[in-house]
Design a protein around this ligand. Sequence first.
Ligand SMILES: *Cc1c(COP(=O)(O)O)cnc(C)c1O
Length: 364
Amino acid sequence: MTDRVYNFSAGPAVLPLPVLEKAQSELTCLPGAGASVLEISHRSKTYIEISEQAEATVKALLGAGDDYRVLFLQGGARLQFGMIPLNFLVGAAAPADYIVTGSWGKKAVEEARLVGDVRVAWDGKADNYDRAPKASTLGLNDEAPYVYITSNETIEGVQFPADPNTGAAPLVCDASSDIFCRPTPIEKYGLLFACAQKNAGPAGVTIVVIRKELIEKSNEKIPSYLQYKPHADNDSMYNTPPCFGVYMVGLVAKWLCDDIGGLAEMEKINRRKSQMLYDVIDAHDDFYKGHALPSCRSLMNVTFRLPSEELEAKFLAEAKTRKLTELKGHRSVGGMRASIYNAMPEAGVKTLAEFMKDFASKNG
Ligand SMILES: *Cc1c(COP(=O)(O)O)cnc(C)c1O
């Protein structure tokens, strides 16, 4: 265990140690099943219970009522970029509205354009994706089949400070890197999805929280795997699901409920953690340059630059000697990125903050 580093990877990313230990303890034999979750049928009573429990715990965490389903799908967040327009844009009377606050939103637009008409209602490109829009600047179309946002842009470290009000059209959200980081007023959303490997589990499973009314609007003229309805009708067992991933998402959700005490508690911890790093950035603003505007700084991905690429290379090398790893920013924006998802311990963030102070005073 002492070999574990503080892993700031953007994804796949750190998982809660108690969750890993629980999975380890059950890996060769699930209680009562006589075999591992990797070895049992998805039609078995044991797996059906795992899946139902995972759905119930995710719904409880998000406060989702009977008008929502939680689906566990495959294909990552990327497949949702295509499934959403295939189901809701094909044949629509108006274009879909997309709000683009960074790299992932841009990719979602490209995918949707392969399917139908898209209107980019707001784009942060002119400011190099350092902010989210103010609600008053959004001229959204109530007739749009949906309005699309990315609640947290993982690469730029830009997060909507609060869940936006977007009018009459169903709100669709890519929450891949900030699901479960704070309470979500889920009733604002028609569909909210997240690949698991940032904040909710291992790669290979995607969580889709969808209002039942939208499930009924699934496009039935596309291949069935791409429709939402068969997945809902079959309780996420339309075909063989990613059983281990769903099991892990269930454990992470249970950890959030039982060990952390729910999403309001998680938010407090996340605010403390991110503030530690932003405080260092602000206190040394002649050395560290934060990317996002303070009002839109992410609780999950803290992005900043140093005065030169040489210093950035030195920073990464010295960080590693303190067991602080994976701090390099995404190749498209450069600089540093500390991904401090729910599972990153406060001690890890504290160690990084101290290192950053030290590094700035020695090299500034
Ligand atoms: C990582 C990420 C994706 C891509 O996820 P895949 O599972 O690799 O398809 C999409 N959107 C956001 C916001 C992400 O952070």
